[in-house]
Design a protein around this ligand. Structure first.
Ligand code: AMP
Ligand code: GLY
Length: 416
């Protein structure tokens, strides 16, 4: 099987590594890729959000399957263009990807499907926003309606800050605050059948103790020793299947990866958000434990055969991912900084380093090219061992001004 992966982040590096481990995958391409993806894939330039370019590249390479990593190409219709070219594609149509592209649309689908989520109001004026804020009360949750790379959400007890964020966006969703731990559940689907991956938790704030601004994600771990038994089945029954059915009813069947972001509140589980693709950095941790052949799995989802797929196989133990961010991230990341020590980190047992914002020069020098530069994933017998390995490995990597959280999976490890 020949496979082309679209994207350039840590998630895509994790996806190509997992595909490379599947003996059925004979040829592996990644476009545009990053400074690390060429370890297992042939990297080619492409404008990932250009549907015609991606479809033409897939056709010229003669691939059997295209896997689309990030949300922007999906919303731009890249999966539609690839399928129109007669090639199987893992990723939803532009119409179905609106589930991530518009928070207001996601809320509408959830309401129609009876899916538990925070009460919310869509606001386009300052007066509407003020009324909604006072209606729901503090802490305030204000979400930019459109795609914002994980940075469009403000959660604050400061009413002026909440109003200012609403004013800075054209259209916002204001909603009730959900307390309780968050869970990321990735569900593979062919539109009808659904297979859940191992639940994970990510850490969105920049600093230890969940302080500071939201980021794309600073770390993750899986599985969740504290999660209630039956959680995955409950999410499939109360969230995933009703949502997939509602989308089929609207003639926008969703195929690919449905990312269910949940809060486990005192009132029961609630959907915080849907995404239309694998989460980053949870994917790096989740795929580190997946033993089922990944190419076959994605192909089954892309071609409507997921219902025939055997139960997924997982390695015992846990995985922890820690993200190394550039100086200045998330506000104004400094790029062009030399990175060393990756080989030393990767020499450790159970450790893999996955690149995100990196660039390799023709002389082999590796430099940073983005805010989240790379992540270190370690597997271990339990979370404590995986954490210890991940932190020892990340300490071996040198990036001037680089920073990472020191408390990824800490609380969960203490509870095992
Ligand atoms: P989202 O882009 O919707 O995932 O929001 C980003 C982050 O903001 C989430 O992971 C939560 O930590 C936080 N958040 C979003 N919605 C709520 C809510 N209703 N109540 C509390 N926190 C929220
Ligand atoms: N980890 C959060 C996201 O991928 O949106």
């Amino acid at each position: 099987m020949k496979v082309l992966v679209i994207g350039s982040g840590g998630r895509e590096h994790a996806i190509v590594r997992a595909l490379a481990d599947d003996p059925a995958v004979t040829d592996l391409f990644c476009a545009p890729g990053n400074g690390g993806t060429d370890d297992v894939a042939t990297c080619l330039p492409v404008v990932a959000t250009d549907p015609d370019q991606v479809a033409a590249l897939a056709t010229s390479l003669g691939v059997d399957l295209v896997v689309i990593g990030p949300e922007a190409p999906l919303v731009a219709g890249v999966a539609d263009a690839v399928r129109s070219a007669g090639i199987a594609c893992f990723g939803p149509s532009a119409k179905a990807a609106v589930l991530e592209g518009s928070k207001a649309f996601a809320k509408e689908v959830m309401a129609a499907a009876g899916v538990p989520t925070a009460r919310s109001a869509v606001c386009t004026t300052a007066a509407e926003a003020a009324t909604a804020l006072d209606d729901f009360g503090a802490p305030y949750v204000v979400k930019d309606d459109g795609l914002a790379a994980g940075k469009g959400v403000v959660v604050t007890s400061d009413r002026d800050e909440a109003l200012a964020h609403a004013a800075a966006c054209e259209r916002v969703v204001i909603e009730e605050y959900l307390d309780g731990p968050e869970v990321s559940l990735f569900v593979l689907t062919d539109g009808d059948s659904a297979l859940a991956l191992s639940p994970a938790q990510d850490f969105k704030r920049i600093n230890d103790g969940d302080e500071g601004p939201n980021t794309g994600g600073m770390g993750a771990y899986t599985p969740l020793p504290w999660a209630p038994a039956g959680l995955v089945d409950e999410v499939l029954t109360s969230v995933v299947h009703p949502t997939l059915a509602e989308l089929r009813r609207r003639d926008t069947a969703f195929t690919g990866l449905l990312y269910v972001g949940l809060a486990l509140t005192s009132q029961g589980l609630r959907v915080v958000e849907f995404n239309a693709r694998f989460g980053d950095p949870e994917t790096q941790a989740v795929l580190a434990r997946l033993e089922s052949p990944f190419g076959e799995l994605l192909m089954a989802a892309a071609t409507g055969r997921l219902g025939e797929h055997p139960a997924l196989l997982w390695s015992q133990g846990s995985a922890v991912t820690v993200v190394l961010a550039a100086a200045g991230y998330p506000d104004a990341p400094i790029t062009g900084t030399v990175i060393t020590g990756i080989e030393d980190a990767q020499a450790m047992e159970g450790v893999s380093v996955l690149h995100a914002g990196t660039n390799r020069a023709s002389d082999g020098t590796l430099t940073s090219s983005g805010g989240r530069v790379l992540s270190v994933t370690a597997i271990g017998e339990n979370l404590s061992q995986a954490r210890a390995r991940a932190y020892e490995a990340i300490a071996r990597i040198d990036l001037a001004g680089g920073h990472y959280r020191t408390d990824i999976a800490l609380r969960a490890a203490l509870s095992e």
